[in-house]
Design a protein around this ligand. Structure first.
Ligand code: S3P
Length: 451
């Protein structure tokens, strides 16, 4: 397996599609895929994994573990996802020199691996592409330093991050942001170092790490405070011993099709997608807009709820997204903005300042995308307003190296009135390399432009 994901063309033209409908097996879940590899590496014995997305970000996590000496064997299965074995456990240091690790475009690789490496007593130099170099790492440096690690970063807050672990001690960490990446970095450092940690956050965030550790026999308990805050408590104990880790399909990938369906393209079904409550905010926003969303065949796999989601066209009214719902729908807000445009009353988003530190400043890049397609959009420091009653026009857009902006542009083009030329589409390989195949299979009109 090479370190890079399958190619996705960088310059595409998407034409309006009369209908998009059918059933689509979306990519494996990126968030859970990272955790299967990283928790696999902290386990007491080799761990079999399957359903892992063959995506650039997850390949970055696999390559990072290999750089630290972990044998990670992954092969593409018949379904285009990765299956294989992580040969745990990750060995401790000392490292005579910091081990250079290229996290590519993946913030999750950088932040979660920081916890793993520091807890295991390794010395690493974590770096990435131009987008990742603009994203803050001080949010994970602070708790890891409080646990006894040494850390330095560019301007004290940006990658590259030089991080040296050691004999870490326990911590109670009050995170000012509700971030699953921060929470997971601290929990994984606690697991790797065998120390007790508590992480408090202002709102609950996705709990894939807690569930996978629990599935592996680690004691992790979550309590919710009256003010909406969350506290996660990890009790030190033996290394995880998970049985096979099966990764569900990615609800954040499915959201592109759910929005297309809700906006009238046709009925679309996405089987076996993850339904972790920390990830179902987009479905709740679509329901609040008045979309016809049904969930069937719900079951649990490796501690994660999974089910088939069908969305049918319907009349959309309007909705507001703020507070705890933002954390549960953050990655889907770009494509949900489109659902706002095709609703009657529009979509209002607040409390979403975190959008500004994703793969791009997503309030800025979404505003540019909407402007290019002739759609009204009002940016706010912590969110945006999208008026209703709008249909995208044709145009030319640059995805600014952001996979979710690229895929939002492709859905807008399919629902719109004219062709859209998208540059920078190759970024989609980081999370959903088969997106264009799935769009075409649903009835979309995809043209690859010359390089
Ligand atoms: C992720 C958590 C979220 C999300 C990101 C993946 C994870 O980030 O936006 O795409 O896998 O833990 P934050 O936890 O920083 O909000």
């Amino acid at each position: 397996m090479s370190a890079t994901a399958p190619d996705v063309p960088d310059r595409v033209r998407i034409h309006p599609a009369p209908t998009l409908r059918g059933s689509v097996d979306v990519a494996g879940d990126k968030s859970i895929g990272h955790r299967a590899l990283l928790i696999g590496a902290l386990s007491a014995a080799p761990v079999a994994v399957d359903g892992v997305p063959d995506a650039g970000d997850v390949r970055a996590s696999a390559a990072a573990l290999r750089a630290l000496g972990v044998r990670v064997e992954l092969e593409v299965d018949g379904d285009g996802r990765l299956a294989g074995t992580v040969h745990a456990p990750l060995q401790g240091g000392p490292d005579p020199q910091p081990v250079p690790i290229d996290c590519g475009n993946s913030g999750t690789t950088l932040r979660l691996l920081a916890g793993v490496a520091a807890g295991a007593g390794r010395h690493v130099l974590l770096d990435g592409d131009a987008s990742l170099r603009r994203r803050p790492v001080d949010r994970i440096m602070a708790p890891l330093v409080a646990m006894g690690a040494r850390a330095s970063a560019r301007d004290g807050r940006l990658p590259p991050l030089d991080l040296a672990g050691g004999r870490l001690h326990g911590v109670t960490w009050d995170s000012p942001v509700a971030s699953a990446q921060v929470k997971s970095a601290v929990l994984l450092a606690g697991v790797a170092a065998g120390v007790e940690v508590r992480v408090r956050s202002p709102h609950p965030s996705r709990d894939h790490t807690e569930r996978m550790l629990g599935h592996g026999g680690v004691t992790v308990r979550t309590t919710h405070a009256a003010d909406g805050g969350e506290e996660v408590h990890l009790t030190p104990g033996a290394a995880p011993r998970p049985k096979r880790l099966t990764v569900p399909r990615d609800p954040s990938a499915a959201a592109f099709w759910h929005v297309a369906a809700a906006c009238g393209a046709g009925t679309i079904t996405t089987p076996a997608v993850g339904l972790n409550p920390g990830r179902t905010g987009a479905l709740d926003v679509l329901r609040a807009l008045g979309a016809a969303v049904t969930v069937h065949d719900a079951e649990e796999r490796c501690g994660e709820p999974v089910g088939t989601v069908t969305v049918a066209p319907g009349r959309l009214t309007g909705a507001t997204v703020d507070g705890a719902l933002v954390v549960r729908s953050l990655d889907e807000l770009p494509v949900l903005a489109l659902a706002g445009a095709c609703s009657d009353e529009g979509l209002t988003v607040r409390d979403a300042g975190e959008l500004r530190v994703k793969e791009s400043d997503r309030i800025g890049t979404l505003g540019a995308l909407f402007a290019a397609l002739g759609l009204a959009f009002v940016a706010h420091p912590d969110g945006f307003d999208v008026p209703g009653g709008q249909r995208p026009g044709g145009g030319a857009v640059d995805a600014a190296g952001d996979h979710r902006i690229a895929m939002t542009a492709a859905v807008a083009a399919s629902l719109g009135t004219g062709p859209v030329d998208i540059d920078g589409f190759a970024s989609v390989a980081t999370s959903y390399p088969t997106f264009l195949d799935d769009l075409a299979a649903l009835g979309g009109a995809v043209e690859v432009r010359d390089a």
